[in-house]
Design a protein around this ligand. Structure first.
Ligand code: F6P
Length: 375
């Protein structure tokens, strides 16, 4: 947040109505942000709040904007998902649609800006990850008064200590891996658990450490299959035929690329990852005399009730976003700089992704206790 002195030098805008939308993949805590925004906007400022449905796509058509009152946010603090709906396929600057079997790309941002004017929205809160906030940044550069709120279970946004949704996701993943471990032990199997994480391995790393995984594979540390086989064989020599491998969907071998399941031409988020868990199980079963099974945790990680940590962080960020609007600090994103909620420019926030560094003490601690990263 700005200091009092900085605030004094700014001209406060006249706000009477704000909009809010959730973009990108959903995550636990979105509803808690919406609730905090609606409550603090109404109670503290007497503003009207308009909820936009299904991300930016809700501003490209009519009928997807509705008033949000106290009664609409009652009882949603602990609910996963988003009452507004979300979409990770619509980029208004590169709107894709199919006509006569051909994919056409069009800039529909003028329609979006027109809709905001028609709805008489004075400021827009955009809750999203890297892709959604990059769009918000471009809209701000075109003059739209936008503020951002960072979210993603992947925790790969720089400029904030942590994104809400991540804590819940690693708790969900840890609980699942704990369960997978017991059946793996009973059957003396190598259990491979594929978790989300397109570009960054935060979920695999933290859930892996929390659940005592033997091998953790992340996009930041390319792995070698030979090294993985070696670790499994060494464990077998001391009588441990069971092992847990936690692998991020975006992990890749030293001499190869990420595992792509599908390419979706009509989508802004065009690559669907998947298959690395299956590949590992097949190679382990083929090369070693040991049984192996994979579990793809998938969207279980994105669903469910937010943890207490995520509910609190979401509430603080929602309140922080309303404060930014009241100050007239547009083009900024609220962020956690422990212990404070602060603000950073959207341009800065989306400049680069936050990746796992091998220098981190959690990586070193994991290595020190015998965890292999397959390198
Ligand atoms: O929210 C980010 C993310 O969880 C990525 O880790 C994952 O690759 C992606 O979402 C999956 O998105 P979708 O729901 O479109 O399959």
């Amino acid at each position: 947040m700005k200091t009092k002195e900085e605030n004094c030098s700014m001209i406060k805008p006249t706000i009477s109505k704000i909009g809010i939308l959730t973009g990108g993949g959903d995550c636990p805590g979105l509803n808690a942000v919406i609730r905090a925004v609606v409550k603090s906007a109404i109670l503290q400022h007497g503003w009207k709040v308009i909820g936009i449905e299904d991300g930016f796509g809700g501003l490209l058509v009519h009928g997807k904007a509705r008033s949000l009152l106290f009664e609409h946010v009652k009882g949603i603090l602990d609910k996963g998902g988003t009452i507004l709906g979300s979409c990770n396929r619509t980029n208004p600057f590169e709107y894709k649609f199919k006509t006569n079997g051909k994919v056409i790309t069009e800039d529909r941002s003028p329609i979006l800006i027109e809709t905001l004017k028609t709805l008489e929205i004075d400021a827009l809160i955009v809750i999203g990850g890297d892709g959604t906030l990059s769009i918000a940044h471009r809209l701000f550069q075109m003059g739209v008064p936008v503020v951002g709120v960072p979210k993603t279970i992947d925790n790969d946004l720089a400029s904030t200590d942590i994104t809400f949704g991540f804590d819940t996701a690693i708790n969900t993943a840890t609980e699942a891996i704990d369960k997978i471990r017991t059946t793996g032990e009973s059957h003396h199997r190598v259990m491979v658990v594929e978790v989300m994480g397109r570009y960054a391995g935060w979920i695999a790393l933290q859930a892996g450490v929390a659940s005592g995984a033997d091998i953790i594979l992340i996009p930041e540390i390319p792995f070698s299959l030979e090294k993985i086989f070696h670790v499994i064989k060494e464990r077998a020599k001391i009588g441990r035929h069971d092992s847990i491998i936690v692998v991020a969907e975006g992990a890749k071998p030293k001499d190869g690329d990420r595992f792509v399941k599908r390419i979706l031409e009509e989508s802004a988020d065009s690559i669907r990852l998947g298959g690395i868990g299956e590949m590992l199980v097949n190679r382990i079963s083929d090369e070693l005399d040991i049984e192996s099974r994979e579990t793809v945790l998938g969207h279980i990680q994105r669903g469910g009730s937010p943890s207490a940590f995520d509910r609190i962080l979401s509430t603080r960020l929602g309140f922080g976003a309303v404060n930014l609007i009241a100050e007239g600090s547009f083009g900024e994103m609220v962020c956690l700089k422990t212990p404070r909620i602060e603000a950073v420019s959207l341009g800065e926030a989306v400049k680069e992704l936050k990746k796992v560094s091998v220098e981190l003490d959690i990586v070193q601690a994991a290595r020190a206790i015998g965890v292999s990263f397959g390198d």
